[in-house]
Design a protein around this ligand. Structure first.
Ligand code: GDP
Length: 588
């Protein structure tokens, strides 16, 4: 059976899933119904639910994959400050198959590797750095057509210079043209390496003419494209090629800020036993150090270990440096943009917001870090009630969600369903909830012990119910807690100030006559000067004939001590209007 991969960004509608599986919507809804799931055409299924459904329907040949966030599609190069420093150029080698890309990279690697002993290159590396003279050049390792496509998708943001390898005995071919188009669309500088000049049939001039036909005019013919005749196999003119790369970098004045939080792109990621997530990053600005917190897409972590491309420990990675790090909670995807944040809480929050943005595709259309910060402020608003709903079957999840939406919040609270899913409460649910004031509601599901432990550690509330009304009552109660309390003020009395003994920044001692009502310690007072309101103070003690008393009533004179934050300069003749203030909890 043909293998098939469906990519989803967080959630997929029943309609979309049916199309992807090659079923009619009615067929899929029917199949779902047989499995106890009542669904409608526009219903969104999250990643986990969709995976379960695919399994349950027996589509063993279909694999579900999480699409990367769209936040990385924003341009990764930032506006530069005047403190920007020169950085190594990031170079991608492209060209038609068999024209010598791999050979070129291999020869360069053996010729220029700074420390040949270190680590040994045992596994696929996604980027490396070579030293030419005393300067570094970063190469993105992209042999093979698949990688080419991937780089085209994501690496465009990173690539400063594209080396287009053209075999001098073969000329311009379809993938040469593809490479030219890529470089142009990525706004990268082009350098042509006319390769295999050692070969019998090599014809440099004909190759240059061929390239001119395709819009690349060689410099020596009055154009603006540097072309270097080389032999990758014979190691001929490679120094000259590297010189040209550095010359181009100088002309382009490639710079980056190092004083900003570290930022860059995920260029490779995989799991390794014992090490957990192993992620290759290319830093584009700032400096990444071990111990720092970073976010990439919907995952985050603390940089636990950091190695350079040769496997040597590295404490700090500057712009254009590829590094391998461990410490991400979950694997980020190739092409995800990463950014450094100040602390774990922010990291979690941003990862959560990214996850939400992915789930809410319309919102994720163009999420920039500014948008994220704005969204974080929204999330800081205490009037948002964040929940994650897990249920035993899709039908129960839907009922819970629908019923939650029915709670009348008097327009004061926004219900934010962070995610929903079928199955027990998972570690991922807890991570999604952590740091985001989110409650996980489980309906007819359980919470594995280790998950409860993580939740307790991270302060994430998990509430499980078997009766829907109890769950709703709990949610309602939680929402009531978010409501602004009702403030009730009650007038109590008034005093005319006859003497001021002290009036400092925060404390006032004065005497006067109670004109009406009474005054007691703990009453509040509005200070009125000549019909003008000066501020508020709190009565801390009441005295009569120099003795503390419980109250003074209308007609009596006495002394008061007050405290205030309002820098009131009390004067004889001012009025004190006493009142009490009570915050009353509201209900829905
Ligand atoms: P790629 O598909 O672009 O990565 O091409 P490869 O690097 O795999 O090279 C394809 C073939 O061309 C291999 O057999 C190489 O040995 C050969 N080749 C690459 N560069 C040169 C060169 O400069 N001169 C000669 N004679 N052969 C080369």
């Amino acid at each position: 059976m043909e293998e098939k991969t469906i990519q989803i960004a967080g959630s997929i509608t029943v309609d979309e899933l049916a199309k992807a599986l090659g079923l009619s919507v009615t067929q899929l809804i029917g199949e779902l119904f047989k499995n106890g799931i009542v669904a409608t055409i526009n219903q969104r299924l999250d990643f986990e639910t969709a995976s379960i459904i695919i399994d349950e329907l027996g589509f063993t040949n279909v694999k579900l994959e999480k699409k990367t966030t769209t936040s990385q599609t924003t341009n990764i190069r930032r506006e530069l400050s005047d403190k920007a420093v020169t950085r190594p150029p990031v170079v991608a080698v492209m060209g038609h198959v068999d024209h010598g890309k791999t050979t070129l990279l291999d020869t360069l690697l053996h010729k220029k590797t700074v420390d040949k002993e270190a680590g040994g290159i045992t596994q696929h590396i996604s980027a490396y750095q070579l030293k030419h003279g005393d300067r570094l050049i970063t190469f993105l390792d992209t042999p093979g057509h698949e990688a080419f496509a991937a780089i085209r998708q994501h690496g465009a943001m990173l690539t400063d210079i594209v080396i287009i390898v053209v075999a001098a005995d073969d000329g311009v071919k379809p993938q040469t043209i593809e490479a030219i188009n890529f470089a142009k669309s990525a706004n990268a500088k082009i350098i042509v390496a006319i390769n295999k000049i050692d070969r019998e049939g090599a014809d440099i001039n004909r190759t240059m003419a061929d390239l001119s036909q395709h819009g690349l005019q060689p410099e020596e013919w009055g154009g603006d494209i540097i072309m270097v005749p080389i032999s990758a196999k014979m190691n001929k003119n490679l120094d000259q090629l590297l010189d040209m790369i550095l010359l181009t970098a100088d002309i382009e004045e490639l710079k980056a800020d190092v004083s900003v939080p570290a930022e860059g792109l995920v260029i490779e990621s995989h799991m390794e036993t014992g090490r957990g997530s192993v992620v290759n990053l290319l830093v584009t600005s700032g400096e990444l150090k071990t111990g720092e917190f970073i976010v990439a897409g919907s995952t985050y972590g603390k940089v636990r270990t950091m190695l350079d491309w040769q496997g040597k420990p590295k404490g700090k990675a500057t712009p254009s440096t590829p590094v391998t790090i461990t410490g991400f909670k979950e694997l980020p995807s190739f092409g995800d943009r990463f950014i450094e944040v100040s602390d774990e809480k922010t990291a979690r929050k941003m990862a959560l917001l990214n996850a939400q943005a992915i789930a809410n595709e319309s919102a994720s259309a163009n999420v920039t870090s500014n948008d994220l910060l704005r969204m974080m402020n929204v999330a800081d608003n205490s009037k948002v009630f964040n929940v994650i709903v897990k249920g035993d079957v899709l039908g129960s999840v839907t009922s819970v969600v629908d019923s939650l939406k029915m709670i009348d919040t008097k327009g004061e609270i926004t219900l934010n369903i962070v995610s929903t899913g079928v199955g027990d409460v998972s570690e991922n649910d807890v991570y999604m909830a952590a740091g985001g004031d989110t409650i996980i509601y489980g309906f007819n599901v359980s919470v594995p012990i280790n998950i409860s432990k993580i939740a307790a550690r991270d302060g994430v509330p998990i509430r499980t119910y078997r009766v829907i009304y109890e769950l709703l009552d709990d949610a309602k109660h939680e929402m009531e807690n978010l409501l602004d309390a009702e403030i009730i003020e009650e007038d109590k009395g008034e005093m005319k100030v006859l003497g001021v003994f002290r009036t400092e920044k925060t404390s006032i001692i004065a005497g006067g006559e109670v004109l009406k009502g009474d005054v007691k310690p703990s009453y509040l007072a509005r200070v009125i000067h000549d019909k003008k309101y000066l501020g508020e103070a709190e009565v801390t003690s009441v005295q009569k004939e120099k003795l503390d008393v419980k109250e003074l009533v209308a007609g009596e004179t006495g002394g008061l001590a007050l405290k205030t934050d309002n820098k009131i300069a009390l004067e004889v003749g001012d009025r004190l209007q006493f009142f009490t203030r009570e915050a009353k909890k509201r209900t829905l």
